[in-house]
Design a protein around this ligand. Structure first.
Ligand code: DX5
Ligand code: ZN
Length: 217
């Protein structure tokens, strides 16, 4: 069966001391770093772009950088992120007319490809790409902001995917922490994005280990 992947979201890190904060969670046991890219158009907020990924890559040569593009034109940034050193490029199914072609383009650029769905988008929209993509991201909050509440109402989407695809990497993102991980893990999620719950914790290591233990149970 699938293994837990714990992916702290650097949206909740200290952007003024980003490399150190990112390195800290890796040293404490995180598997990957989740990097949230927002364009102020697909979502009502802005964050960071490829130049920050490039800088992070310089400071953390071996980190797996999992980039989540909450942008209206995901095709436009593929090469920039590949050049910056991104390992995974996840785009929203709502933002592209031909997800299959975009997955090919991401793979051709040397990155893994993920496909994301917002809470209001039916899982049927991503099922056709679950074999071709390297991961499917089921959003557990409305994308745009960290620190929101986990939406248990989307768990049937995770359950439906897990039932059809026993080996698929199913990512959940938004409101994950020690209080919500049980719900997400029992639905079948194994790639866990956690921003606030990790970066705001006094014991970050305990949170990372706690999330992993529940997923792998
Ligand atoms: C939301 C982002 C998330 C966010 C999660 O739009 O995609 O990755 O950083 O943050 P928490 O874990 O604080 O909900
Ligand atoms: Zn995200």
């Amino acid at each position: 069966t699938v293994k837990a992947v714990i992916a702290p979201s650097i949206l909740a890190a200290d952007f003024g001391d980003l490399a150190a904060d990112a390195k800290n969670v890796i040293d404490l046991g995180a598997d990957t770093l989740h990097v949230d890219i927002m364009d102020g158009h697909f979502v009502p907020n802005m964050s960071i772009g490829a130049p920050v990924v490039k800088s992070l890559r310089k400071h953390l040569p071996n980190a797996f950088l999992d980039c989540h593009l909450m942008v209206s034109d995901p095709e436009k940034w593929v090469q920039d992120f590949a050049n910056a050193g991104a390992n995974n490029y996840t785009f929203h199914v709502e933002a592209h007319a031909d997800p299959s072609a975009l997955i090919d383009k991401i793979h051709a650029a040397g990155m893994k490809a993920g496909v994301a769905v917002k809470p209001g988008t039916p899982v049927e929209e991503v099922i056709p790409f679950a074999e071709k993509a390297d991961l499917i991201l089921i959003m557990t909050v409305e994308p745009g902001f960290g620190g929101q509440s986990f939406m248990p109402s989307v768990m049937p989407k995770v359950e439906a995917l897990r039932k059809q695809f026993p080996n698929l990497d199913i990512q959940v993102d938004g409101g994950l922490g020690l209080n919500t991980i049980e719900t997400a893990a029992s639905a079948g999620a194994n790639v866990i994005v956690a921003g606030t719950s990790v970066f705001a914790a006094t014991d970050r290591k305990a949170v990372i280990e706690g999330l992993r233990t529940v997923v792998n149970a």
